[in-house]
Design a protein. Structure first.
Length: 1037
C-alpha cells in the first residue's frame, strides 16, 4: 500500500514540517507505483551518517532527483540575497544568461519557467503570497544552507558584517558571488576586494558597495551576469564594454544617468534592466544594434524616448517601460509592429499619443505570443484617491484617450492585463463588449487609477479563466450593480446551461474606490463559486451584499479596511479568517461558524462578537485601548494576541487580582504588548492558563496604587494637587512608558519602591509647593535627593510626551476659539491674547543676576496656553516678540492665515489676529488698544472689548502662578537655564492638561506683578487700517 510507505517516509523526516513538505513534493514527481515510492524509502541517503548540519536528508533526496539543468538553477537560486525581492523573469533571465537552460533559443524563457515551477512543486522554494501568479518566491533557510553548502567550491553568498569576507575572496576563485549589504556605507565592501576573481561568471550585489574612482570591470573578463542594485556605479560604466561575454546587465536603483555608446558593441547582451534609475535620461543610439536583446526594462527611469531603429530588435521577448511618443526624433509605437516575439509589454505615457492611428500601428492584436500587457497613462489622482484639481481633463481629452485605447486591443492569448492611469469616461470597447472573445485567456487583471469611469467592465464575469482581479483607486464608481456579476448561458454541443459569474475567480481586491456606496447582489444570483479571498479597502460601502454570504461558498478570507459606514459582518458560513482595520462604525460580528482567526485593529465601536464557535486565534490592536472589550468574556479562543495601551497591559499584568481577569483568564494562551518609542513589544505579559504561568516585565509594585496619605481622601487630594483624580490618572498614563525604564530605581526611606502614582504625586508636590524640598521629603518619607531626581525625570517626560497639549490649534480648533471670543467678548475673528511676564527664579527678585526668564504666551478664551516662548530677563517685551517663532511664522503667513472677516460693503477685510497690550507693536495680525487722549465712539468701543478680552490672559497667568509655586523661585530653583526652561514648559503643558479635562474650571482672580511699558515700535499703516476697520465694524454689529 502506498499509504503505508508514505507513513514510513514521514517517520524518517523526524517530525520536521519542512522535510515532510519536501518529501511530499518529491513523491508528487513520481508515478503512484509501489516500486517508485519504495525506492525513495530505501534510498541510501537516509542512512548516511556524519553529514554536515547543512545537509538535510530530505532536501538532499529531492536535490539528487533533479535533472542536471534543474540542479544548476536550484543552486543559483540559493545565491539570491534573501532580503531583496527577485521576480521570476529576473531569475529566469539569469539562468538563461548563465547557460543553465538548454534548448531551442525561441523557447528558453518557457524552459526556464518549467524549472521554476518544478522548484515550487517540489517545495524547494515557496511562493510569496503577497504577490500574484507565483512571480516571487522565498527559499527556506534550511534549503538555502543546503544549496550553498553543495555549491561552496564554486559560489560564495555573503552579507556585510560577516567575518573573513576579504580573506574568503582573496583565498579562492569563485564562479558566482552574491553580496548583500544591510547597513550603512561604512559597512559596504570595497570593490577592489573582488579584483582577484578572474574567473567570475556571475556577480550579484544588493546594497551599498564601495566603488572608488579608478575602479573598473576589466578584472572580470568571464563575467556573464552582472546585477547591482542600490549602489553608486557611475565609475564602472567606462569599462562596461570590456565585458565581452556579458549576457545579463541589471543596474537597478543606481545613480547612472546614461549608458556609454560603446554598449552597442556588446553583441551577446540579452537582458538589460535599469529599473528605478531615476536619474537615467538618455538611451544611446547604439542600443538598436543589440540584436540578441531579449529583455529590456526602463520602468522608473526619466527617459523621454527610445532612439529610432528599435524595430530591428526582433529577438525581444519582454519590454517594460516603453515611453509612447509622437516626436519624430524618437521611436514611435509603429516600431513595435515587427517585434512579433514579444511576450511581455508595458507601454507608458499613452496620454502623449494624439491620434488613434498611431496606436493601431503597434499591432498589438497581431502579437500572438503576447501574454502580459500593461497600458499606462500618467495618473491624475491625488493621495486622497480623487482627481487633482490641477489635473482635471476635458471631454475632448477623454474622447482622445478612449480612441487610443480602443486601438490597443490585445490578442486573445493574453493572460495578464494591467490598465493604469486611464482617464476615459468609458473603458476600451474590447473590455466592454464580447470580452469573453477578446480576452478569452485572461487570468489576472489589474486596473489602477481609473479616474473617470463610472462602471466596472460588465463582461468580466464571463471570462472562463479569470483568477484574480484588483481594482485600485476608482473614485468615479459609486455603485456596483447586477450587471457586474450576471450569470450567463454557456454554449456547448449540449443544451445551453446557466453558468455562475466569475467561475474561476479565486481572489478579488477592491481598493480605494473612495465614493463606492452600494453593491447590489441579490441572494439568488450565482457568482464567485470558487472565490477564496476578498479585500475591501477605503470605500463607503454601508453593508455587504446578501449574495456574497450566500453564493461565495468557498470564501475563507475576508479583509475589510477603512470601510466607512459598515456596521456589521455576519452570516458567512465558510469564512475561516477575518481581518478588520480602521472600520470606525463597525458594531457587530455575528454568525461565522467556521471562523478560526480574527484580526481587529482600531474598530472602536465594536461591541458584539457572537456565534464564533470555531475561533482559535484573535488579534486585537488598539494602542489607546484601556480595557478589554466586554465580548471577550463571551468567546473562547485558544490564543489572544493583544497590542494595547500600557494602562491596560498593567491591569492584565496584575493577573487574577486585576480588573481584566474575567475577560482573559479562560484563554489558553495570551500574549499582550504595549509599545514604547518604535518598539511595539517593549512591554509584555505572557500568560498560559494550564499550567498557570504569567510572565511580565511590568513591575507590580510600580503599577500599584499610590501609598501616600494624600490619596486617602478625595477632597484633600483635589485641594493638594489642584486637579481631579481623572486629571491625575491621565498624567500618570502620559508618563508611564518612559517612567517604566527605571521603575524600581526610586524608593521610600523604608525601602519600598515608589509606584508610578507615588512618583507623579511627589513630582507634582514639588512643582506646586512653596515648601523647601527637605520639608516635602520629610512629609512623604523619601530622601531629598529622590525628590529632586523624581521631579527632574517627571519634567523631562512631560516635556517629551505632552507637546501636543501646547500645540497651535488646527483650523477646526481655531474656528471654535474665534467663535468663543465672539460670543464672550464680541471680538470677531480674534484668535488669542498675547501676554508677557517674568518668572523670577531665585532667592530674591534681582532678575539680572539670578537667571530669571521671560515667558510670552498666547492664551485662548478657556485660558489654555496655545503658544509659549521664553527669553532672557534683559529682553524687552517687543524684542522677545520679534525673537519668537510666533512672530516669524506670522510674518511668513504660516500662522493666522485662516478665514477673513468682511467689515464693509466695499469688500474690506480683516484677517485673523491676536490682541495684546500697549507694550506690543501694532501689526496687521497683532492689535493693541488706542492710546489717544480723546477717543471717538468706535475707538472707545474697541478698547472696551479689547480690555475685556485681555482678562482671559491675566486670569490664566494668575492661575498658572497660583498652581505652580515652584516658579516663584523662593525655596527651590534649578541649576541652569535649560532645566528652568523645561520646568516652565512642563508646567504650561500641565496647566493645559487640567483645563482640557475639567468641566468647570474655578478661576481665581489673583493679581500679577505689574509690568512696566516698554518703548513701542511705530505701528505700520496696514495694522492701523485693520484696527480702524474692526473698531468701526464693532459699532454696527
Amino acid at each position: 500500500m502506498l499509504k503505508d510507505i508514505g507513513v514510513q517516509i514521514i517517520a524518517k523526516c523526524d517530525g520536521l514540517p519542512l522535510a515532510v513538505k519536501i518529501m511530499g513534493g518529491l513523491l508528487c514527481q513520481k508515478d503512484k507505483k509501489h516500486r517508485e515510492w519504495e525506492m525513495v524509502l530505501d534510498d541510501s541517503i537516509w542512512s548516511i551518517s556524519g553529514l554536515p548540519e547543512e545537509l538535510n536528508h530530505a532536501v538532499y533526496l529531492s536535490y539528487e532527483d533533479l535533472s542536471s539543468c534543474a540542479k544548476q538553477c536550484f543552486l543559483h537560486y540559493s545565491l539570491l540575497p534573501k532580503t531583496a525581492v527577485f521576480y521570476r523573469d529576473q531569475i529566469i533571465g539569469m539562468w538563461v544568461s548563465e547557460g543553465f537552460v538548454h534548448g531551442n533559443s525561441d523557447y528558453l524563457e518557457e524552459l526556464g519557467s518549467t524549472y521554476y515551477k518544478e522548484l515550487i512543486l517540489r517545495n524547494l522554494v515557496e511562493p510569496n503570497t503577497q504577490y500574484v501568479d507565483q512571480c516571487v518566491c522565498n527559499m527556506h533557510d534550511v534549503v538555502r544552507s543546503f544549496a550553498q553548502f553543495v555549491a561552496r567550491n564554486e559560489a560564495l553568498a555573503t552579507c556585510s558584517g560577516e567575518t573573513n569576507i576579504v580573506s574568503k575572496l582573496s583565498g579562492h576563485e569563485f564562479l558566482q558571488i552574491s553580496l548583500e549589504s544591510k547597513g550603512s556605507e561604512s559597512d559596504g565592501l570595497d570593490w577592489s576586494s573582488l579584483q582577484a576573481q578572474k574567473t567570475l561568471r556571475a556577480l550579484i550585489s544588493v546594497g551599498y558597495i564601495n566603488i572608488k574612482p579608478g575602479d573598473s570591470l576589466v578584472h572580470f573578463p568571464c563575467l556573464r551576469t552582472l546585477h547591482i542594485d542600490s549602489a553608486h556605479v557611475v565609475e564602472l560604466l567606462e569599462s562596461l564594454h570590456e565585458l565581452k561575454h556579458l549576457r545579463y546587465l541589471s543596474l537597478e536603483n543606481t545613480d547612472i544617468s546614461s549608458l556609454p555608446d560603446s554598449i552597442g558593441k556588446m553583441k551577446f547582451l540579452q537582458y538589460i534592466s535599469l529599473y528605478g534609475c531615476e536619474q537615467f535620461l538618455k538611451v544611446p543610439h547604439s542600443f538598436v544594434k543589440l540584436g540578441q536583446l531579449r529583455y529590456l526594462n526602463f520602468c522608473g527611469t526619466s527617459i523621454e524616448g527610445i532612439p529610432r531603429g528599435f524595430h530591428a530588435l526582433t529577438s525581444m521577448r519582454a519590454l517594460h517601460g516603453f515611453p509612447a511618443q509622437v516626436d519624430g526624433h524618437w521611436c514611435s509605437l509603429e516600431e513595435l509592429g515587427p517585434l512579433s516575439q514579444l511576450k511581455h509589454l508595458q507601454l507608458d505615457g499613452l496620454e502623449n499619443i494624439t491620434a488613434s492611428s498611431s496606436a493601431a500601428k503597434a499591432k498589438l492584436g497581431d502579437k500572438v505570443h503576447l501574454t502580459d500587457l500593461t497600458l499606462a497613462c500618467g495618473s491624475i489622482l491625488g493621495y486622497d484617491g480623487l482627481i487633482k484639481e490641477e489635473d482635471g481633463v476635458s471631454e475632448e481629452e477623454q474622447q482622445k484617450i478612449e480612441k487610443v485605447f480602443d486601438e490597443l486591443c490585445p490578442p486573445p492569448r493574453l493572460e495578464n492585463l494591467h490598465i493604469r492611469g486611464y482617464f476615459g469616461q468609458r473603458l476600451p470597447r474590447w473590455m466592454m463588449s464580447s470580452l469573453d472573445v477578446s480576452l478569452s485567456s485572461l487570468r489576472i487583471l489589474f486596473i489602477t487609477d481609473l479616474a473617470c469611469c463610472t462602471q466596472l467592465p460588465d463582461g468580466l464575469c464571463r471570462l472562463p479563466y479569470l483568477e484574480f482581479i484588483q481594482i485600485l483607486r476608482a473614485p468615479a464608481i459609486k455603485r456596483v450593480g447586477p450587471e457586474f456579476m450576471q450569470s450567463y448561458h454557456q454554449h456547448s454541443p449540449r443544451p445551453s446551461q446557466m453558468v455562475a459569474a466569475f467561475p474561476r475567480l479565486h481572489k478579488m481586491e477592491l481598493i480605494g474606490m473612495v465614493e463606492w456606496e452600494e453593491w447590489e447582489w441579490e441572494e439568488q444570483v450565482q457568482a464567485f463559486p470558487v472565490l477564496q479571498e476578498l479585500m475591501l479597502k477605503q470605500c463607503k460601502l454601508k453593508c455587504l451584499p446578501p449574495g456574497l454570504a450566500s453564493q461565495a461558498g468557498a470564501l475563507n478570507k475576508l479583509t475589510i479596511y477603512n470601510v466607512q459606514g459598515l456596521i456589521s459582518v455576519e452570516n458567512f458560513p465558510s469564512l475561516v479568517e477575518l481581518e478588520l482595520d480602521e472600520n470606525l462604525d463597525l458594531e457587530r460580528i455575528t454568525n461565522l461558524p467556521r471562523l478560526q482567526k480574527l484580526t481587529i485593529q482600531d474598530c472602536p465601536k465594536l461591541k458584539a462578537l457572537e456565534d464564533v464557535p470555531a475561533l482559535q486565534r484573535i488579534i486585537l490592536t488598539d494602542e489607546d485601548m484601556e480595557a478589554l472589550p466586554e465580548y471577550m468574556g463571551g468567546i473562547n479562543p485558544r490564543h489572544l494576541e493583544l497590542y494595547c495601551s500600557l494602562v491596560l497591559l498593567t491591569s492584565i499584568a496584575a493577573g487574577q487580582s486585576g480588573a481584566e481577569w474575567d475577560k482573559f483568564g479562560h484563554v489558553e494562551h495570551v500574549k499582550a504588548y504595549a509599545s514604547e518609542g518604535g518598539n511595539s513589544r517593549k512591554w509584555y505579559v505572557l500568560y498560559t492558563a494550564n499550567p498557570y504561568s504569567l510572565e511580565t516585565n511590568v513591575s507590580h509594585s510600580f503599577m500599584s496604587r499610590g501609598t501616600l496619605t494624600s490619596f486617602e481622601d478625595g477632597q484633600r487630594f483635589e485641594s493638594l494637587f489642584k486637579m481631579t483624580r481623572k486629571n491625575f490618572s491621565y498624567i500618570c498614563s502620559l508618563v508611564m512608558g518612559p517612567s517604566m525604564e527605571d521603575m524600581n530605581s526610586y524608593t521610600f526611606v523604608d525601602g519600598r519602591v515608589l509606584s508610578l502614582e507615588d512618583r507623579v504625586a511627589v513630582a507634582l508636590r514639588r512643582l506646586q509647593s512653596s515648601e523647601p524640598t527637605e520639608s516635602i521629603a520629610s512629609s512623604v518619607g523619601v530622601n531629598e535627593s529622590i525628590i529632586l531626581l523624581v521631579t527632574e525625570r517627571f519634567v523631562d517626560t512631560v516635556w517629551e510626551q505632552a507637546d501636543h497639549h501646547s500645540s497651535w490649534p488646527d483650523s477646526s480648533e481655531m474656528d471654535k476659539i474665534k467663535s468663543k471670543f465672539d460670543k464672550i467678548h464680541n471680538m470677531h475673528n480674534c484668535c488669542g491674547v498675547i501676554c508677557t511676564r517674568h518668572i523670577p527664579f531665585g532667592p530674591n527678585w534681582d532678575h539680572e543676576k539670578n537667571g530669571s526668564t521671560l515667558i510670552q504666551v498666547v492664551v485662548d478664551p478657556e485660558m489654555r496656553f496655545r503658544n509659549i516662548w521664553l527669553g532672557s530677563a534683559g529682553m524687552t517685551q517687543s524684542s522677545l516678540l520679534h525673537d519668537s517663532a510666533l512672530f516669524k511664522e506670522c510674518v511668513k503667513g504660516d500662522l493666522l492665515n485662516g478665514s477673513k472677516l468682511n467689515t464693509a460693503l466695499d469688500g474690506s477685510e480683516v484677517g485673523e489676529y491676536i490682541i495684546g497690550d500697549a507694550g506690543y507693536p501694532l501689526l496687521p495680525w497683532l492689535l493693541t488698544p488706542y492710546e489717544e487722549e480723546e477717543l471717538s465712539d468706535f475707538k472707545t468701543e474697541f478698547n472696551r472689548r479689547h480690555s475685556a478680552a485681555t482678562t482671559c490672559a491675566l486670569k490664566a497667568l494668575a492661575r498658572f502662578k497660583d498652581t505652580w509655586k515652584c516658579l516663584h523661585g523662593e525655596t527651590w530653583w534649578p541649576a541652569n537655564l535649560e532645566t528652568l526652561s523645561k520646568i516652565i514648559y512642563a508646567c504650561c503643558r500641565l496647566h493645559n492638561i487640567v483645563i482640557d479635562m475639567e468641566d468647570d474650571a474655578a478661576m481665581r482672580s489673583t493679581k500679577w506683578r505689574n509690568y512696566s511699558k516698554e518703548v513701542r515700535q511705530l505701528a505700520n499703516e496696514d495694522a492701523v487700517r485693520a484696527r480702524d476697520m474692526l473698531s468701526q465694524y464693532f459699532l454696527v454689529v
